[in-house]
Design a protein around this ligand. Structure first.
Ligand SMILES: NC(=O)c1ccc[n+]([C@@H]2O[C@H](COP(=O)([O-])OP(=O)(O)OC[C@H]3O[C@@H](n4cnc5c(N)ncnc54)[C@H](OP(=O)(O)O)[C@@H]3O)[C@@H](O)[C@H]2O)c1
Length: 266
């Protein structure tokens, strides 16, 4: 499982390519196809990886085929990809919402499939990637694939039935969190802190909170209690958030995004 081909090197395909190179996969074990000529030239020049032009050629040369085109391009890619695959090769789809059943239907023959649902932070090696493997992919192959992708972020095994939930909690929720962050910065400005300083403080609050949760292995609720003294400032702010149903709103947002992921899945 040393040779990897990537179909579509847009945002996500490039992030996967970078992660594989970081993990020590050799340049000559990697190849890609890309529809946009300029993009293909740029990727080949930047990373020194071969552009093989044809999907069928890529599938022949690779043990692992990563499909990173938009979901609507799946029907163009999958039949050609599958035609050059044998039982030793594994197709990894990072296409949001394209189910294993549809991948197999479009492939037109039985192929080994692993679905991965990454979020945007794979760009900086701090992503979350939900992983759902088909029943015919061996435990060893799944472990190797997860190791290969580990430079992109945390891989989490989930059954395929949870892929829409991972799409919401892992891939959409950075946007919810960013809305909270923006609100924090605006709040800082409202109470008189210059915007650049409000941004610096807010970002450091988040980084420090996450670092402490991880280093001290403490539950979020316990850490919150540590800074919530009787009659103090924090409880006043928390009460205002509870009054506006903050938790319920967050839960509803994540539930709604998961429902939408289900509606959009092909
Ligand atoms: N972006 C995210 O945060 C995110 C998160 C999770 C999952 N995903 C999934 O990742 C996949 C890629 O997303 P993306 O944002 O990286 O999209 P993208 O930037 O549009 O990249 C896809 C690339 O594949 C190329 N392509 C299309 N058809 C092709 C073909 N037949 N042969 C070779 N190359 C082809 C596209 O070229 P053209 O534009 O010319 O078609 C484009 O350059 C999507 O399925 C998406 O659902 C994305």
């Amino acid at each position: 499982m040393n040779k990897v081909g990537i179909v579509g090197v847009g945002n996500m395909g490039e992030s996967v390519l970078k992660a594989l190179l970081q993990k020590g996969v050799q340049k000559d074990s990697l190849c890609f196809v890309e529809a946009k000529k300029d993009r293909a030239l740029h990727i080949a020049k930047t990373y020194g990886v071969k552009d093989v032009k044809k999907v069928s050629e890529l599938a022949k040369r690779s043990d692992l085929i990563v499909v990173a085109v938009k979901p609507q391009d799946a029907r163009k890619i999958l039949p050609d990809t599958a035609s050059s695959m044998d039982g030793s090769k594994v197709l990894i789809s990072i296409m949001a919402g394209v189910t294993m059943a549809n991948i197999l239907a479009l492939a037109g023959k039985p192929v080994k499939v692993v679905r991965m649902m990454p979020n945007i932070a794979v760009k900086v090696g701090q992503g979350v990637i939900g992983v759902a493997a088909g029943a015919d992919v061996s435990v060893e192959d799944v472990a190797k694939i997860k190791t290969l992708f580990s430079s992109a972020g945390l891989t989490v095994d989930v059954g395929e039935e949870l892929m829409d939930a991972v799409t919401s909690l892992g891939a959409s929720s950075p946007a919810f969190f960013l809305l909270f962050l923006e609100a924090m910065i605006d709040a800082g400005v409202k109470i008189g802190i210059p915007r650049d300083k409000a941004k610096a403080i807010s970002l450091q609050v988040i980084k420090g909170t996450v670092a402490m949760l991880e280093e001290e292995n403490v539950h979020p609720a316990l850490m919150r209690e540590m800074i919530t003294s009787p009659g103090g400032t924090t409880i006043s702010g928390l009460a205002a958030l509870e009054d506006k149903a903050f938790r319920g709103s967050v839960i509803e947002a994540i539930e709604k995004a998961a429902q939408r992921a289900k509606e959009l899945s092909l």
